[in-house]
Structure formats: structure tokens, C-alpha cells
Write a protein that binds this ligand. Structure first.
Ligand code: IPE
Ligand code: IPE
Ligand code: MG
Length: 227
């Protein structure tokens, strides 16, 4: 099962507490830890987290710098635990605009965790779905467009969660979410935890996925397209 999360609301979480936005991002990193641990214990095979969109470069320089430092420290501090827990880390998005030290940390974490089979954790950094699609379209070649996207790691999303109360995709996994179930959570990302994930999974399991077909006959329910 592939779960993707738009981790939104760090800044508002901090503002409500009279704290700088950067404090919200630090609290958001703790929520990432809780969520990854819960995901590794549960039915999730792939977890894709939206950490920094290509549009987020338009934020104040200080906030961007803080976020980049946070990603690097996160990778360095969590790699050993990921190896221990069988979590394979992959970073998706552009790398050519990231600092050399961050790229080095990404490559190091990806190499050290590549044997993990319990959970694939994909972190989207400097990510734009439109750009990823445009690039695949421009790449050409012999294979079909869909095959190229699959080869680029564009995996269908089963459940897409967005925290922070907004109900939009903000350029995240547009192709992959074609038949994703959408769950919008009002809580800000730093307050997200194992219970919130369980609640979202609960909602997912109550949905009937039809993929354009008809309702299955009652005797066939719980089989077929449900993953
Ligand atoms: C999400 O929280 C984290 C990133 C986009 C990096 P925000 O920083 O967007 O928080 P809000 O939406 O302003 O509250
Ligand atoms: C989406 O959140 C990006 C991430 C969570 C990394 P934003 O806060 O950037 O999205 P908008 O601006 O509200 O659409
Ligand atoms: Mg936001």
C-alpha cells in the first residue's frame, strides 16, 4: 500500500504558539519520525512525504535555509535508525539546486539504507509533479510514456493525506494520484501522530474503490481491486 502525505501547517502551528515558523518545521520533523515508525509497523509498503515543493523556493531565504539544514540533519541523525528498522530512504525531486552537503547526505542515506525491505520512505524535496511529468515527456525514447513514468518511480498512490486544513494538491503526485483516496485532516502537521494515521487508514478502508467499474457483487466484496 502506498500512502502519500502533504505535510502542511508547520508555520500556522508555530504562529498559534507565538513561535517562529522554524520552530514549526522542527516540530514537523518530530512528526515525521512518529509517522515513519507507525508506517513501518503497519500495512504501508511505501510512504511518500512532501517535504519541500519547487514552489517553496519563493519563501524567505532564512526559512529555506533552515529547512535545508533540517533535511540534512534529519538524514544524518535518522539513517542508522532507518537501517535498523528496515526502512529504505529515497529522495525524489531535483537535486541540482540543493547544496552539495545536502546532496552528499542524501546519497549517503540512500546507499546505506538500500537494503531495507520493510518500508520504502520517499522524501520529496525540490519536487514539482508538473516538472517531473514534463521531463519524462521530453525524455522520449522507445518505451511508452507510462512505462517511462513507471521506470522513473512514479508509483500509484492508494491514500493521499493532507494535513493543515487545505484541500488542494499543490503540485504533488498528480499522475500517481489518479485513483488515490483523498483524506484531508484539519490538524497541523506537527500534531500528526500514530492515531491520526490510523484514523486516515480507517477512512481509507471504509471507502469503496471502483476504478471506473461497478460495485462488486456482495459475494465478491473484499477481493479484487482493494489492496
Ligand atoms: C509545510 O508547512 C512545510 C513546508 C511547506 C516546507 P508550511 O510551512 O506550509 O506551514 P503553513 O501552511 O504556512 O502553516
Ligand atoms: C505544500 O504546502 C508543500 C509541502 C507541504 C512541502 P504549501 O504550504 O507549500 O502549499 P500551498 O502554498 O498552501 O499550496
Ligand atoms: Mg503551507
Amino acid at each position: 500500500m502506498h500512502v502519500a502525505i502533504i505535510m502542511d501547517g508547520n508555520g500556522r502551528w508555530a504562529s498559534r504558539r507565538g513561535l517562529p515558523r522554524t520552530a514549526g518545521h522542527a516540530a514537523g520533523a518530530r512528526a515525521v519520525n512518529r509517522t515513519v515508525e507507525a508506517a513501518a509497523r503497519g500495512p504501508i509498503d511505501i510512504l511518500t512525504l512532501y517535504a519541500f515543493s519547487s514552489s517553496n523556493w519563493s519563501r524567505p531565504h532564512n526559512e529555506v535555509r533552515h529547512l535545508m539544514g533540517l533535511f540534512r540533519r534529519y538524514l544524518i541523525s535518522e539513517t542508522a535508525r532507518c537501517v535498523e528498522n528496515g526502512v529504505r530512504v529515497c529522495v525524489i525531486g531535483r537535486r541540482d539546486r540543493l547544496g552539495a552537503d545536502l546532496v552528499q547526505a542524501i546519497e549517503c542515506t540512500e546507499t546505506l539504507t538500500r537494503g531495507g525491505t520493510r518500508l520504502m520512505l520517499r522524501l520529496a524535496v525540490d519536487y514539482s509533479s508538473r516538472e517531473a511529468l514534463t521531463q519524462a515527456a521530453e525524455a522520449g525514447g522507445d518505451s511508452s510514456f507510462a512505462e517511462r513514468l513507471a521506470a522513473d518511480g512514479m508509483l500509484d498512490v492508494d491514500l493521499l493525506i493532507r494535513t493543515g486544513g487545505e484541500r488542494r494538491l499543490s503540485d504533488f503526485l498528480l499522475w500517481e494520484s489518479a485513483y488515490a483516496e483523498l483524506v484531508f485532516v484539519d490538524a497541523f502537521w506537527p500534531d500528526f501522530d500514530e492515531n491520526a494515521l490510523a484514523e486516515a487508514l480507517d477512512q481509507f478502508h471504509k471507502r469503496e474503490r471502483r476504478f471506473g467499474g461497478l460495485r462488486p457483487a456482495p459475494c465478491l466484496q473484499n477481493s479484487g481491486a482493494q489492496r
